[in-house]
Design a protein around this ligand. Structure first.
Ligand SMILES: [Zn+2]
Length: 217
């Protein structure tokens, strides 16, 4: 009976997905590779891999998604000449894409990096918009269910991050791990681990949409 009850609640939850749009933002890309691991792995490539996996999983549940980028190549406007101008134009394009969707929820995927190799673990940051802290709590909960996963405390994100400051919807930025930490990096370089991360974020989104107010995970 437990399985039947679970299935009924899952199907009830999935009906909430219609009319909602999950914007999946693979951080960086194009001329901006983001952080670089000691072995040369680019943050932008890991972010894209996890984002594409998340998009595919969301599709299985019938969730409407939009990717802010789906490859490492970004088309910049002709007027943007310098790297900085191109990066800014790309960020503005992403914000406009988010604003163009009704009932959007933003999940931005990034990797952390630090001068010291000791810090490790995943962290979920959230913007000031209502619902963001609740969504972050679900992401923290489900990421924490991955075997051996170390979670750092969730926190409100700095106002310096343009995309997160400008997103007028529930928005989280997930730092999946530290490229500067050997253990985190070897996990992030595993396809299976990146699938687990995507699955946890998919579960967090569905759980949040089905019951936005419940912060007990
Ligand atoms: Zn980043």
């Amino acid at each position: 009976m437990k399985i039947k009850a679970g299935l009924i609640s899952l199907l009830a939850a999935l009906s909430f997905l219609s009319g909602q749009c999950c914007i999946i933002d693979a951080g960086h890309g194009g001329e901006d590779g983001g952080a670089v691991a000691p072995d040369g792995t680019l943050e932008s490539e890991l972010n894209l891999s996890i984002s594409l996996k998340l998009d595919a999983l969301m599709g299985l549940f019938g969730a409407d998604t939009v990717l802010t980028r789906s490859s490492e190549v970004i088309d910049y406007p002709a007027g943007a000449q310098t790297v900085r101008e191109r990066k800014n134009a790309d960020q503005v394009r992403r914000v406009e894409l988010i604003a163009s969707r009704e009932n959007a929820v933003l999940i931005s995927i990034h990797q952390n990096n630090f001068g010291d190799s000791r810090p490790s673990g995943a962290q979920v940051l959230y913007n000031k918009h209502s619902g963001s802290a609740e969504l972050a709590a679900r992401a923290h909960h489900f990421l924490g269910m991955i075997d051996g996963q170390k979670m750092r405390s969730s926190a409100e994100i700095s106002e310096d991050i343009f995309l997160m400051r400008s997103a007028e919807c529930p928005a989280i930025l997930v730092e999946c791990g530290f490229l500067s930490n050997g253990e985190d990096l070897s996990k992030l370089e595993s396809d299976e681990y990146r699938t687990k991360l995507a699955l946890a974020l998919c579960a967090a989104y569905i759980n949040y949409i089905s019951c936005p107010e419940d912060t007990n995970g």
